[in-house]
Design a protein around this ligand. Structure first.
Ligand code: FAD
Ligand code: NAG
Ligand code: NAG
Ligand code: NAG
Ligand code: NAG
Ligand code: NAG
Ligand code: NAG
Ligand code: NAG
Ligand code: NAG
Ligand code: NAG
Length: 628
């Protein structure tokens, strides 16, 4: 999760990249970092397009078998171990985000054009994300199962969640001071992803924790035990020993690479096309230098499978460029059709956010503002972090420690009205023009599941006050659907990115209700004592639903970096792209292993589920080929 205002503060929107002091970590000169010539002259069993969470998790597990050779091709570079990457309190993703990636004008957001937030670096989203490490709700995985994916239930995923992590719990005394609770029975203690809570909290977070309860929201023992509902401490993908980020490069590459001559990685290189033989089996890929400097595309063979892990924005682009996608679109660009799959690039979703800024007439210090505005305090706290790994630098920059996840019934007592209004609408009325009939049928099926969720227990929205000037409203379950379609035949050109945020009126009704609930929290006694005053475009004069909606749409960020669902695992008749084993329909030897295969997002953040999915996919593939 990331808030737009924070990115603005970091100068991201102007792409003014700032890089803080580098730590000692430099890119190791392992033989396993290969150049393009070596890659193209080696035969691999598996070639993976994209070295993010899914790509590196699966590569790590497959290469546990010394007889298997794997190549990961990653568009981005290795990070240089900057504080901005590794130190939570110095978090700034700007250097490793995909540059110049913009949306088409967003019709639901006053035709604004937005920066599309997406990682491009070895580690993918896990290297640039806000480190929040929460799973979805049982209802999410049940919903995916209902939509045609046996084996995807909470009980099916739980062993992989546990396998993926090493969760370190705080001491009993710190937990008591901070109101931290957890459910030890669902956590792993031997997995690669290091997870824990920060070891510091700002005093204002206590006010907020109380105020949320005064507004009727109960504590949640642990958001990672299958129930995401209530107020809880945010678990982070942070190493409790070093108090640094645990990203996929660290936990699924650096951790094992010394003993894996069979695990190759080719950075700064973009897969431009998937290659097929005459029987439509994927046999390899073509690739080019990401910076466009290589003269011609080079190819590499994959004797067993090609695995696509380029993330929610670029996986559909790569599939379309390779002849897998909506026939009319491919034909328009003269691309020979390998598999006519209308669903590729459709069903595009994210988890949009609503940032609200405040002035407080009586805030408690220290808070995030103290770090941002008081250089003495900041220097003191950084020194403390360097010396003994404690203090606010163990928190992600500008995020506080606690979060409230709200089911629709927690957001408004009128939730049945929102559901009834949604049921009364034609579900097809708000889909993109020209949506294929199978994709539309898939949406109708998903919508039935989502409407069930609105009536049930899983969170559809979230609240988070950063202890200083920003209060962010998170949304988890969009009804609006967007599209990713190629705009040229080159992987080096951006696709047309259309989030279509807030084009479905059900979303707007939920956002409006969430905003009113957020005000209830801010006005509850424990927060009221801090004197919160809403900044424009909100404020005490913004009261009617129409006024609230206009203000929301003017500040809303269409992306939280959680782009997904553009190559969905659904039956073909529902516009699906992959089967429950992640295999692309109409061809063989090709799977989509990244977040693109989700039918819809979970009630929380994506990375924990992506690590667990990577573990699950690796077992699926190893079983098929009898690997150890
Ligand atoms: C700024 C930001 C903040 C976020 N905050 C959180 C958070 O706090 N908690 C959370 O759980 N999630 C968060 N997320 C989301 C989460 O990190 C992603 O959902 C997750 O990483 C998706 O995993 P993935 O394996 O599907 O893809 P990714 O991890 O995105 O990996 C895809 C990789 O493919 C590469 N690639 C793309 N195209 C090509 C190509 N043609 N050839 C080769 N390589 C290619 C990309 O460079 C990238 O490295 C955040 C994301 C961002 C961007
Ligand atoms: C890759 O496959 C092609 C076509 O089968 C073949 O000509 C070529 O020699 C292979 N390359 C390597 C390095 O095995
Ligand atoms: C798990 O974390 C603890 C400390 O937080 C550490 O002592 C232990 O070595 C870690 N285990 C693994 C497998 O990473
Ligand atoms: C812990 O809970 C108590 C009781 O609600 C509250 O007074 C205190 O501020 C809370 N502290 C934190 C850090 O949440
Ligand atoms: C812990 O999680 C398990 C698995 O979801 C659940 O059955 C149990 O009720 C949870 N315990 C608590 C105290 O919430
Ligand atoms: C392009 O990237 C390669 C690494 O893939 C690098 O060696 C080269 O210097 C870059 N060229 C330019 C012009 O940036
Ligand atoms: C800035 O921080 C220092 C060190 O913590 C503190 O002594 C000082 O009072 C702070 N200044 C302001 C204006 O808050
Ligand atoms: C619920 O709906 C009623 C009737 O429309 C309205 O008067 C009331 O303000 C609503 N309550 C909330 C919290 O939105
Ligand atoms: C799409 O391609 C056209 C024609 O090349 C170009 O003018 C336009 O800027 C592209 N759109 C985007 C969003 O990249
Ligand atoms: C909040 O404070 C800032 C800086 O002091 C000021 O510019 C702004 O006008 C204030 N906003 C409100 C709503 O009081």
């Amino acid at each position: 999760m990331v808030v737009l205002s924070k990115l603005k503060r970091a100068g991201l929107l102007g792409l003014a990249v700032f890089i803080t002091q580098a730590l000692a970590r430099v890119v190791p000169e392992h033989a396993t970092i290969v150049d393009r010539t070596t890659a193209s002259t080696t035969t691999y069993d598996f070639v993976i397009a994209g070295g993010g969470i899914a790509g590196l998790t699966v590569a790590d597990r497959l290469t546990e078998d010394p007889s298997v050779n794997v190549l990961v091709i990653e568009a981005g570079p290795f990070d240089q171990g900057e504080d901005a990457v590794l130190v939570p309190g110095a978090y700034n993703p700007a250097a490793y985000l995909w540059p110049d990636l913009f949306t088409v004008p967003q019709e639901g957001l006053n035709d604004g054009v937005y920066f599309a937030i997406c990682g491009r670096v070895v580690g993918g989203g896990s290297t640039v994300n806000a480190m929040i490490f929460i799973r979805g709700d049982k209802e999410d995985y049940a919903g995916w199962t209902t939509l045609g994916n046996p084996g995807w239930s909470w009980n099916d995923f739980l062993p992989y969640f546990e396998k993926s992590e090493n969760f370190t719990f705080p001491s009993a005394s710190f937990a008591a001071q901070g109101n931290i609770t957890w459910n030890a029975s669902v956590h792993g203690n031997a997995g690669p992803v290091q997870a824990t809570y920060p070891n510091y909290f700002f005093p204002g977070s206590g006010n907020w924790f109380e105020a949320v309860q005064q507004a009727g929201i109960a504590p949640d023992t642990d958001p990672n035990d299958g129930s995401v509902r209530g107020v809880f401490w945010l678990p982070l993908a942070e190493d409790a020993r070093t108090r640094t980020r645990s990203d996929a490069r660290i936990n699924h590459y650096d951790r094992v690479i010394a003993t894996r001559p069979n695990y190759h990685l080719l950075p700064e290189t973009s897969v431009s096309k998937i290659l097929f033989n005459s029987a439509k089996k994927a046999t390899g890929v073509q690739f080019v230098a990401t910076n466009g400097t290589s003269a011609a595309a080079t190819t590499v063979n994959a004797s067993k499978e090609v695995l696509i892990a380029a993330g929610g924005l670029h996986t559909p682009q790569l599939l379309q460029l390779s002849g897998i996608g909506p026939k009319a679109l491919l034909t328009k660009f003269g691309i020979p059709v390998v598999s006519n799959l209308p669903g590729v690039g459709q069903n595009f979703q994210d988890q949009p956010t609503i940032p609200m800024t405040y002035n407080f007439t009586n805030n408690v210090s220290p808070n995030w503002g103290s770090l941002l505005n008081n250089a003495t305090y900041d220097a003191e706290q950084y020194a403390l972090y360097e010396a003994d790994k404690t203090g606010p630098y163990t928190l992600v920059r500008t995020l506080s420690t606690n979060f409230a996840a709200l089911a629709l019934k927690d957001i408004t007592p009128n939730y049945t009205t929102i559901i009834a209004d949604a049921l009364a609408r034609n579900p097809l009325a708000y889909l993109p023009e020209g949506t294929d009939a199978t994709v539309a049928a898939g949406y109708v099926a998903q919508r039935a599941v989502l409407l069930g969720q609105l009536a049930a227990e899983a969170a559809v929205g979230g609240l988070h006050w950063n202890t200083y000037d920003t209060n962010t409203l998170y949304t988890f379950k969009p009804f609006s659907r967007g599209t990713i379609n190629i705009n040229s035949t080159s992987i080096l050109d951006n696709p047309l990115i259309d989030y279509r945020t807030a084009t479905d009126p059900t979303d707007i009704a939920i956002y409006t209700a969430l905003l009113k609930k957020s005000r209830e929290v801010m006005n509850a006694p424990a927060m009221a004592v801090l004197g919160p005053v809403e900044d424009a475009p909100f404020g005490s004069d913004v009261t009617t639903d129409a006024e609230i909606q206009a203000a929301i749409l003017s500040v809303m960020s269409p992306t939280n970096g959680h782009e997904c669902c553009t190559a969905a695992a659904l039956p073909l008749a529902l516009g699906g792209v992959v089967d429950p084993n992640f295999q692309v329909y109409g061809v063989t030897g090709l799977r989509v292993i990244d977040i693109s295969h989700w039918p819809f997002p979970v009630a929380g953040a994506p990375s924990a589920t992506m690590y667990a999915t990577g573990e699950k996919i690796a077992v699926t593939i190893k079983t098929k080929y009898g690997l150890s």
